[in-house]
Write a new protein. Structure first.
Length: 557
């Protein structure tokens, strides 16, 4: 970690100055991070259950209607999600968002959006004021500094909805950062609540909802969108932004909540939803149905967090019929197919997954220390402390393996089955160590015994880490601990966002921007215009389209 003080955009040496802390990517499988994030998640769930901050966003200080964005010609906006992890990936994407782009396969220049929509998880590993400053706001302010004369009516506007990591402090820091109409560099913020609606040009609307850890949507929020929906005309179309890709949930519980929002707040206008955008899962993928009145489903969580796998994505999805307001019975399943490219590409995702065999230990070295310490304690307990301590340590290791196991489907029994399998795999070398120490090392001198304990700790820690990596690689194809497999890699490449254009004919075109490799080597810019930090080799910010532009026509009246 190092700190850079970027120069101001004004002659005043103190005005506009931004301190950027170059933090590394979160090491998700480090024991301290696992425990800390787990506790935050539990506390957030309890806080959300008994003190829902969304229901408190009422009264004059939280009053807001749909935010108008008008224009006669083309209108551009950007969508990014899952940012605020390591500096290199987050700033690489932020500097692209702040700039006009000219990808070789886009057919022309793609201007910076007049609006930037952040779709959830604006900071990792959890939201607090310091984390937002170090991992998000200061980074984005360096990418698009505030102009010397201050922001104007033509400055881009930034809106955000919270994801689960933003909710880990009960939404307090999120509202302080995004809900007080303060500038983030050259971006203005306008919202007062954790959700918002945008009245866009040429018959388009954008509804961004706060799902609070994927729970029921609160009544004030439903009423807010219901009131805005009254202004939607026949022939208008709607983009819905939500923080969770409900279509990946095979239990349909998440989809039920999204469908209820559409029915309650939009009513008959729900059939005019043309696109649903989300992040949370850190890849790009697009699903489409040929059935009438079904929206395009796009996952685009590529803003900076560790990449998620795409080689395990299904080619087809059977989505709950509740998503379609008309033309389908709620018990029906809607046939969706994956269309276009993915990011990272599926072949790359499959190949990279094998690197867990060495990256798990090297990128999460504190986990290796825990495994080594456990084997050292087991060895020492066998020699000096008696069998009660040995059994207790083995039981703790087995319990940890079961707690770590998270199958996507199948319920408690499937978790126990895979968890006990992981425990057995981990305990085989541990039991072998106990037997060897009890039968052989017990007869050695104390100096040799001490050396054997140290050797067992080192070898045992490495062996257990490799067994865990191999287990993650094997079970991921059965939809078990898939997230942990790629979280262990902390892959900072294959990032991107969506640049979107609305044309006067009412067509929405999505340009999925892909960045193959995040920049690692930065230098201070020599000009006071544009990003304060630039790549030492400018060609490193080499972007292209993940797939050809996706064109969506406006809903027919």
């Amino acid at each position: 970690m190092n700190t850079l003080e970027t120069p101001p955009a004004t002659p005043n040496p103190d005005a506009g100055k931004t301190t950027v802390t170059r933090l590394g990517a979160v090491r998700w499988l480090s024991p301290t991070e696992l425990v800390r994030t787990g506790l935050k998640a539990v506390l957030a769930a309890v806080f959300g259950q008994y003190a829902d901050r969304r229901e408190m966003q009422q009264g004059p200080m939280f009053e807001q209607s749909a935010f108008p964005h008008t224009g006669e010609g083309e209108f551009w906006f950007d969508y990014v999600s899952d940012i605020g992890d390591g500096f290199d990936a987050t700033y690489s994407v932020a500097s692209l968002l702040a700039s006009d782009l000219d990808p070789p396969d886009a057919g022309g220049v793609l201007p910076r959006g007049s609006v930037l929509v952040m779709g959830g998880d604006q900071v990792y590993p959890f939201g607090d004021v310091e984390s937002y400053e170090q991992r998000t706001t200061n980074v984005y302010a360096a990418a698009l500094p505030e102009p010397s004369g201050g922001t104007t009516a033509d400055s881009p506007v930034l809106y955000a909805i919270p994801g689960n990591h933003d909710w880990y402090d009960g939404l307090t820091a999120f509202l302080r950062v995004f809900g007080q109409q303060a500038n983030i560099g050259g971006w203005c913020t306008r919202q007062k609540r954790s959700y918002f609606a945008l009245d866009l040009p040429h018959g388009w609307w954008l509804f961004a909802i706060d799902i609070q850890l994927d729970t029921y949507i609160d009544k004030p929020q439903l009423e807010y969108f219901k009131k805005v929906a009254e202004r939607i005309a026949d022939g208008d179309s709607v983009v819905v932004c939500t923080a969770v890709p409900s279509w990946y949930d095979e239990t349909d519980s998440s989809m039920d909540r999204l469908a209820y929002f559409l029915r309650y707040s939009l009513g008959e206008r729900a059939r005019q939803v043309r696109v649903v955008l989300t992040g949370d899962v850190h890849h790009y993928a697009r699903y489409q149905s040929d059935q009438p009145d079904t929206p395009l489903l796009v996952t685009a969580g590529t803003g900076g967090a560790y990449s998620s796998p795409t080689h395990l994505l299904p080619d087809k999805l059977a989505v709950s019929g509740k998503l379609a307001p008309t033309g389908a019975h709620p018990t029906d399943r809607l046939a969706y197919e994956r269309r276009g490219g993915t990011w990272p590409p599926q072949a790359v995702s499959s190949r990279v997954s094998w690197t867990v065999l060495w990256r798990l230990a090297t990128r999460n070295w504190t986990l290796l220390l825990v495994f080594a310490g456990l084997y050292g304690l087991i060895s020492a307990a066998t020699l000096f402390s008696g069998w009660l301590w040995v059994v207790a340590l083995l039981a703790a290791a087995a319990g940890g393996a079961v707690a770590f196991t998270h199958p996507k489907t199948g319920g408690r029994w499937r978790r126990w089955r895979y968890g006990l399998g992981l425990a057995a795999l981990q305990l085989v070398p541990a039991v072998a160590t106990v037997v060897y120490f009890a039968r052989t090392v017990d007869e050695w001198g104390w100096l040799a015994q001490a050396g054997a304990v140290v050797a067992a700790a080192i070898v045992g820690g490495v062996v257990v880490a490799e067994l865990l990596a191999a287990w993650l690689l094997a079970v991921s194809r059965r939809e078990v601990n898939t997230n942990e497999l790629f979280a262990a890699l902390s892959l900072e490449d294959y990032k991107g966002f969506l640049r979107c254009r609305i044309t006067p004919d009412g067509a929405l075109t999505i340009f999925p921007i892909g960045l193959r490799k995040s920049v690692r080597d930065w230098q201070l810019a020599t000009t006071d215009k544009g990003p304060r930090l630039i790549p030492r080799a400018p060609e490193q910010l080499d972007v292209h389209l993940i797939e050809p532009p996706v064109r969506i026509t406006r809903q027919n009246p």
